[in-house]
Design a protein around this ligand. Sequence first.
Ligand code: OAD
Length: 254
Amino acid sequence: MATPTENPQLDKAAGLLRLARRIAVLTGAGISAESGIETFRQPRTGLWARYDPMELAHVDALARDPKTVTEWYHWRFSKCADARPNPGHEALAKLQKLKRDAGGDVDVLTQNIDGLHQAGGAEDVVELHGSILRWRCQKAGAMRPIHEVDFSSFPPTSEAGGVLRPDIVLFGEMLPTGALEAAERAVMSCDVFMTIGTSAVVYPAAGYIDLAISRGVPTVEINPDATPMTGSVTHALRGPSGAVLPELLRRMRD
Ligand code: OAD
């Protein structure tokens, strides 16, 4: 794997980011990998190599076996609770501040549910798949922060007697309309699109890369491995985002 300094595409990508007024960024599990959070589809280490998403992350599984599903998400939350934002999250937040100070913007669209972009300083993050930090009552719809949920038994329940479930998007569920609209607006108005740490196979998020390409805006991918989109993006930067993003920011400012 090339180190950031050896990557010949970095200066070109930094030049694009320097000139851009509005940047849309789609992130996936890979940006949180260096914070110790498992990705989904990596062979051996990915969550879906060890667990069956149809048994744990599908809306039918929640209906069939709320105890197992909520226990599993509580276990996943415990990993997020221990995690801290890494230099990739922090560099992206700095890029957003830099562009906002200059009258532009960086829209952060994430498939992650871990809250680490916000913890790293990013603002107005569009959470396409929801957040594990909020749980909601299936009966009354009321939302509550995870630290107010009683996990002494599973599934947790609310005063209304409903099951409390994470406020995330399970397989078989629609994405939140507000997030979809915000994401589409961001992709349609950006002059550079970046995709970071996603295998780019889960729709609709993966479709945003196609949409940006179809608009003719330059696209940048940051990922240590090739993805189905690597051959279609303008610049594919090989490497972990915790190293590539800070380096990109440094070159952008030079
Ligand atoms: P995946 O696990 O599918 O892909 C993670 C990507 O991150 C892979 O392409 C890795 O090569 C890359 N990666 C690994 N380490 C990295 C690093 N240090 N820096 C940058 N990239 C790195 O995760 P997602 O694409 O996020 O949905 O998956 C999308 C959705 O599928 C998830 O939100 C989840 C999952 O099923 C639901 O649960 C609904």
